[in-house]
Design a protein around this ligand. Sequence first.
Ligand code: MN
Length: 326
Amino acid sequence: MSLFAATPEWDKAISAIADSSSVLLLAHVTPDADALGSALGLGLALQGMGKKVQVTVGETGFRTPSSLSFLPGSELVCAPEDLDPVDLVISCDVSSAARLGSAKVILEATAVSIAIDHHASFTGFGTIHLVDPSAAATAEIVLELIDRLELPITKEIAGAIYSGLTTDTGSFKYPSTTSHTLRTAARLVDTGIDSANLSRLLFDDEPLAALVMMGDAVSRATLIPEAAIGQGLVYTCISIVQRPGLDELAVERVIEALRKTSEAEVAAVFKQADDGHWKVSLRSKTTIDVGAIANKLGGGGHKYASGYSSTGDLDETVARLIESLG
Ligand code: MN
């Protein structure tokens, strides 16, 4: 029995792959290890089938960020403006066409495309959907696809997929972690990957400047106990000048520190992007669906982890979130 998408969708996906000779895999803009690890793991598997494989992210001049450069298969990555023509596009962990960035036009110009995703907010682009919000990570669905294609799971493929799985489950501690997730992880570890080293590189490896920025951001946190229907909101902000020499990616992990706050059900980090606009990361623990709140504010995500962008200034953006949380 399939754990994920309906059987006709799996059959359509497998036929589309069989009929293709050149495949483009897309991860979402500002990719995390689930998006890029899923694309690279599937890319390596399809390359093993004899396909010509390219992997990209819809950002001009895209190169694998240094924080993810250890992912196996990085040699498949090229910038979107350097791509050769393809006959099949597969998006990984992309919940809406907007998250494809400049690669949206490539997907829309290709007759057949497969969207592999696990966001409840998936908006339905592309022609074939392997989408299951109950999956802990897109990487879990990718592994099932590779199994259904009857392809071997090499150590490299396992490393890429494991990276996605452990990232999206927060080291197998978020509520999305099921016994199936843990059995999947065990199977990947059995291929011989160095899971401890991957975990260190994913969770416990940051430049000192990033830790100093995080310490500053946490020291400026505000707790509003009455927010979120009396369950508490904790938030902080990081402007461009508060992350000197650090890029947008460096601020992604601040929310992982702030979400530990005992007194708050919801944690938020307001991050100023290079263009001056504010991006908001949300996390909740047990009762509040921050995915639904992000949806209302023009973004998306999961029940306990989500995000959106704001066009307002910081004060307006903070006030709007507090109001939305009730
Ligand atoms: Mn994901």
